[in-house]
Design a protein around this ligand. Sequence first.
Ligand SMILES: Nc1ncnc2c1ncn2[C@@H]1O[C@H](COP(=O)(O)OP(=O)(O)OP(=O)(O)O)[C@@H](O)[C@H]1O
Ligand SMILES: [Mg+2]
Length: 258
Amino acid sequence: MTTSAAASGLSTDTASALRPHAEQTYATELEALAGADDRQRPPGWRLSPWAVTQYLLGTTLDDGTEITPKYIGSRRVVEVAVATLATDRALLLIGVPGTAKTWLSEHLAAAVSGDSTLLVQGTAGTSEEAVRYGWNYARLLAEGPSEAALVPSPVMTAMARGSIGRIEELTRMPSDVQDGLITVLSEKALPVAELGVEVQAQRGFNIIATANDRDRGVNDLSSALRRRFNTVVLPVPDSAEDEVRIVTQRVEQLGRSL
Ligand SMILES: Nc1ncnc2c1ncn2[C@@H]1O[C@H](COP(=O)(O)OP(=O)(O)OP(=O)(O)O)[C@@H](O)[C@H]1O
Ligand SMILES: [Mg+2]
């Protein structure tokens, strides 16, 4: 499969990508789960919360399909995370480095929306445009504000598609940019004042953010924003066996992709 942008020579072959996305790597597992899943799915979800949990924790389906465990650790952590996404609260994953915050967020988005790529990386330089929208300035100057000149952020795209949007390292973003998310999360709409329109979030939209414990205090979340998130703390593995399983699994995956 190729992506558009052929003219620029940037189109790439996803089959030979160095690191395929979770929904590509585990496409067969996701398909098998969707087939076996007869429980009710929240609007806009590809799978039921039960099937998402099975995808993350691993199981064997009735037809014998093996679902590999993605997250090794407490079932409760996964259940709370999945349940949160089905409500109108957003999900904030917190933990020390290497506790699978990014990993879990990618797999959750892949299982719920079939797309883990609507991602904003939080850094000190993340601008408001990265969580709202920007403009193609050549077009803006030539034609004035129009929908064609609008460059939607991953968050705006997720709202319009009813998908999960991901924000990495939320607390590294400047506070005013973080607060741009408050309207998105409480109103479920993103107004484009220049065009006099708004993008309304479709059913299935939600946000998964990650934040590093070590960054606490860098740009602490405002209480207004914090209230719109359910926080799940990812623990460090609590036994040596779990740690060995995590490392073994990771080495196997790396070996396979190399
Ligand atoms: N409980 C776990 N179950 C399965 N894999 C795990 C677990 N903990 C860590 N890993 C592995 O560790 C790798 C690193 O985790 P990840 O990059 O998601 O950490 P992080 O919490 O986002 O760290 P950082 O704060 O540095 O961004 C993952 O790719 C995953 O393979
Ligand atoms: Mg991370």
